[in-house]
Design a protein around this ligand. Structure first.
Ligand code: RBF
Length: 156
């Protein structure tokens, strides 16, 4: 039995997606991002339906997500970041702010937001979740396609 979501057939050709990547822990978020973009393409999301943005760190993800939504050019946003616990409580503050921020943006705008933020105790955990067949980027992209299609149905 898989603990991960099973996806039914996905077709991304009508989905407009925003993809926001935080540059902190940049090797990790780069892998997550490239895995996600490749999967969007594999499932038919045209390149000109992808709005790509970068921000310095995860704390900035909610604001950029909201800004993309305000353009009315996206049906769904995938926000990608990687928080790695340090020796201060900063990690908890950031993780709370980012998860609450993305939830608030999604519920206040009515546009689905995919939580593509790894919260890891160390770099090894982050690598495990962003490399090879364990890369979470592709799975988040599939989630975004499913939700983007639902969103366009609600609108029509
Ligand atoms: N941003 C991340 O995306 N991941 C992190 O692990 C991370 N750790 C941080 C630790 C400290 C002590 C500070 C000051 C910032 C960190 N940030 C991290 C950056 C944060 O998300 C944001 O970009 C900056 O605080 C500027 O608003």
């Amino acid at each position: 039995m898989s603990k991960y979501a099973i996806f039914n057939e996905l077709n991304g050709e009508n989905v407009h997606v925003g993809i926001v990547r935080a540059r902190w822990n940049g090797d990790i978020t780069h892998n997550l991002y490239t895995g996600a973009v490749a999967t969007f393409s594999d499932y038919g999301v045209p390149h000109d339906h992808m709005r790509k943005r970068e921000v310095p760190g995860s704390f900035e993800l909610p604001w950029m997500t909201q800004s993309l939504i305000n353009t009315h050019e996206v049906d769904v946003v995938l926000a990608i970041g990687c928080l790695i616990q340090g020796s201060t409580p900063h990690f908890e503050y950031l993780a709370n702010a980012v998860s609450n921020g993305l939830t608030t943006v999604s519920l206040q705008t009515g546009i689905p937001v995919v939580f593509g933020v790894l919260t890891c105790l160390n770099e090894e955990q982050a690598r495990e979740r962003s490399e090879g067949s364990h890369n979470h980027g592709p799975e988040w992209a599939k989630t975004a396609i499913e939700l983007g299609n639902m969103q366009t149905e609600f609108r029509s």
